[in-house]
Design a protein around this ligand. Structure first.
Ligand code: KIV
Length: 434
């Protein structure tokens, strides 16, 4: 069966910064509250952030990037509140989410980030500096040597504050010279970085390029066996999920993502797409050329919380999902064409590779809309099946009459007919039948 009502989830391995406790385990780093909030128009208040962080912990994300503390007093307060509360929640299986704050590579940002996250049981500082030629020349106006010096100083400073979980990102790594990445990453490992996050900041890479980049970094950066490689893929070409999965296939063991894929410009890799891809195919499809462990990967996310979390993020951020958005779009589990509906009535696995229930949606629930939509493409079998469920056993001419009227109405009714519409059709048709 390809049903996923109770996904077999393995226990989460122990969390130690920079240590791969189980080579098949992939950490999920959620940045909805940082990169996601950078979606134009998606500003969240500190109390909305706290509610989302609690929900992310329920979902089971390993790391919550709670914000960019130096950006504003409210963001500092929001991150601190999350660190002091959610960052101290110990779940029954011993899981505690890591709480992370972003900072540029300077002392003021890093100190602010540390002050915000240090109340968490597992605090992390994430510092970054750009490494692509265009960013170094046009934005930073620094030479590569100067960039290496700044990066090393930043990581050393974070460590000097007492932080032992430090993530470093070479911004725009997807357009950086790999040789330069080998050099800067070697230096930040020596300075104390425990996670090396590789951002495809402009969504420029193809999945095979990004996968090869992760493989090359793992092979060529001295000291790389003592750190965890991470992906952070933007969606400018619609490839962020594919790129993240290509990274996992080549040994990345942390994937950065956001709920509903919100984020700068075209957004970020979507948590629900990554998590469900791994839940459905992690056992069989991740043996790459440079894979880690058995090549069978898993996460500790509990997918039944995906739909409620997605709805909460839509409500608070105001960022609506397009109806056909994978996993969480309003149409993701709806079936309208007659051929599909006929298949679904006979066996749901004909047109669904996961169940709506597996992500926390109820089939047939009016609000979710998951299930069969009776519209102009629907067939006789779907209409008669729904009528039976409503208590109308129609056959022969009686069914034909209702079905003919149904087609006329469905042509005009966008979004399909509701149960009340169907019942009205039956009553109405009864007058015209002998
Ligand atoms: O897109 C990006 O490069 C980032 C980094 C700060 C990780 O958001």
């Amino acid at each position: 069966s390809n049903e996923l009502d109770a996904p077999p989830r393995k226990p989460r391995p122990p969390y130690i910064p920079g240590v791969i406790s189980d080579p098949d385990y992939v950490r999920i780093f959620d940045t909805t509250l940082r990169d996601g909030e950078q979606s134009p128009g998606a500003t969240l208040t500190s109390s909305e952030k706290l509610s989302i962080a609690k929900q992310l912990a329920k979902l089971g994300v390993d790391v919550i990037e709670a914000g960019f503390p130096v950006a504003s007093p409210d963001d500092f307060y929001g991150v601190k509140q999350i660190a002091d509360t959610v960052g101290n929640d110990v779940f029954p299986d011993g899981y505690v989410p890591v709480i992370c704050g972003l900072s540029r590579a300077n002392e003021k940002d890093i100190k602010r980030a540390w002050d915000a996250v240090k109340g968490a049981r597992l605090p992390r500082i994430h510092t970054f500096i750009a490494t692509s030629p265009i960013h170094m020349e046009s934005k930073l106006k620094k030479t590569p040597d100067e960039v290496v010096t700044i990066a090393v100083k930043a990581v050393r400073y974070a460590k000097s504050l007492g932080c032992d979980d430090i993530e470093f990102s070479p911004e725009d790594a997807g357009r950086s010279d790999p040789e330069f990445l080998y050099r800067i990453l070697e230096e930040v490992i020596k300075a104390g970085a425990t996670t090396l996050n590789i951002p495809d900041t402009t969504g420029w890479n193809m999945p095979w390029e990004f996968g090869s980049l992760i493989a090359a970094l793992r092979a060529n950066v001295p000291g790389s066996s003592n750190v965890i490689f991470s992906t952070h893929c933007q969606n400018d070409l619609g490839l962020s999920t594919a790129n993240s999965l290509a990274g996992a296939m080549n040994g990345a063991r942390q994937l950065e993502c956001t709920i509903n894929g919100i984020g700068e410009r075209a957004g970020n890799a979507s948590l629900e797409e990554i998590v469900m891809s791994i839940a459905l195919k992690g056992e069989t499809h991740f043996k790459g050329q440079n894979s880690l462990g058995s090549g069978k990967i898993y996460t500790a996310i509990n997918p039944v919380h995906i739909s409620p979390t997605s709805k909460m993020v839509v409500e608070y951020s105001g960022m609506v999902c397009q109806p056909h958005k994978a996993i969480v779009g309003a149409n993701a589990f709806k079936h309208e064409s007659g051929i599909h509906q006929d298949g679904m009535i006979k066996n749901k696995a004909t047109y669904e590779i996961m169940t709506p229930e597996s992500i926390g949606l109820m089939r047939g629930d009016k609000e979710s809309g998951a299930g069969i939509v009776l519209g102009k493409h629907s067939g006789r079998n779907a209409v008669s099946t729904r009528l039976k469920e409503l208590g109308y056993e129609l056959e022969g001419d009686n069914l034909n009459a209702v079905f003919d009227r149904f087609k006329v109405v469905a042509e005009k009714k966008k979004g399909g007919l509701e149960d009340e519409d169907l019942e009205a059709l039956v009553t109405d048709s009864a007058y015209t039948l002998n």
